[in-house]
Write a protein that binds this ligand. Sequence first.
Ligand code: ADP
Length: 449
Amino acid sequence: MFEKILIANRGEIALRIHRACREMGIQTVAIHSTADANAMHVRLADESVCIGPPPPGQSYLNIPAIISAATITGADAIHPGVGFLSENAGFAEIVEAHGFAFIGPSPDHIRMMGDKITAKRAMIDAGVPCVPGSDGAITSEEQARALSDKIGYPVLVKATGGGGGRGMKVARSADQLAEALHLAKSEAKAAFGNDEVYIEKYLDKPRHIEVQVLADNHGNAVHLGERDCSLQRRHQKVLEEAPSPALNAAEREKLGAVVVKAIETLGYRSVGTLEFLYENGEFYFIEMNTRLQVEHPITEMITGIDLVREQIRVASGAKLGFDQSHIKFYGHAIECRVNAEDPLTFQPSPGKVTDYHAPGGLGVRVDSALYSGYSIPPYYDSLVSKLVVHGRNRAECLMRLRRTLEEYVIGGVKTTIPLHRRLLAEKAFIDGDYDIHWLERWMDGGKRD
Ligand code: ADP
């Protein structure tokens, strides 16, 4: 097992990883920008190294500085966390070339899944159903037209290197296709430096359902059930729940078996998530994330399995300590993403947290690096806390979530807590009756219905 891990990230996720390390008796090294000198992940780590000025390009994405920090502190492994370098195959290669273990999958698997076309091809070959669409990149408008006529409108133009919902444009009819292609390409070029796009059938009312997997280096793989992440704004997840209110046990088992078989076929190692759209009883693969997900705690709450601990164990070469038959699902869990943003306009709201009181009690988990007096810097993602609640069933979970949202105080900055409170009072949400477009329609006051 590793003795010292460098955590190449910040905020709540760095803290989350630190906690797993501590419980495993592993020393931690925090890295931080000058803006984060007083951050909680730095305060709690055994050692810390300042790696550069606030802009992420000069700090949390600065590979030479991160490798130097690992070298001078004598770390033996690097955990990339979520975002930043977590899906950067080149980084994983450099980490390994310098003699450190990379806590994640092999660079080849990161690369394969980072390109959505090669990911879809690999999944089709492994027997996973995908959204109908182009077999590869779109090379001309004529090709796009012929294909869209064949699969039928509406279609979605998506960036091959996409992420975070960027580089995606819908064409509802043939006369919108040229513009959708143009916009998706220019957005993709600006965001990812790669303007390659492909086309998929646009599903009208799907749910976003993703399956958590865990695999070791010895050919063992398991799934840990699904998460329903259909509540999204601009393709970004807002609230997630597990299990999905829309699936029954037989569907869960069937989907899980397809996923595990694919993971075994690919020889994948580490934690990972296969994302699907689910419509009219059918599942369609859209992408795989080769890292820990922000919403992983809800899976931990219903399975009792510490995903970060398992991720570290398998990265050190250990075998999975359990098989599929040992994984039991208990109760229901929901995560609210709390962002430092105006709950109506979604404008970021960085600044000093004047008061802080986190909710507690049975079945309540708050993953956050906030504290009273902390100043939220303006340079990074606005996610500042994940409020995660577990109940014996969905009804109990909703009651508990309502109670904790009433208790939660984050003073001095605006947060999305009021949005979650309003959502919890909404019948369609209470009934579990929503698709990926529901949240935006609801926030628009039904104008888009
Ligand atoms: P990204 O990598 O940018 O997150 P994804 O492929 O995971 O892109 O898609 C993000 C979200 O976009 C999905 O959760 C879903 O809401 C929507 N989406 C993606 N593909 C389709 C599709 N074919 N039809 C309808 N919505 C889609």
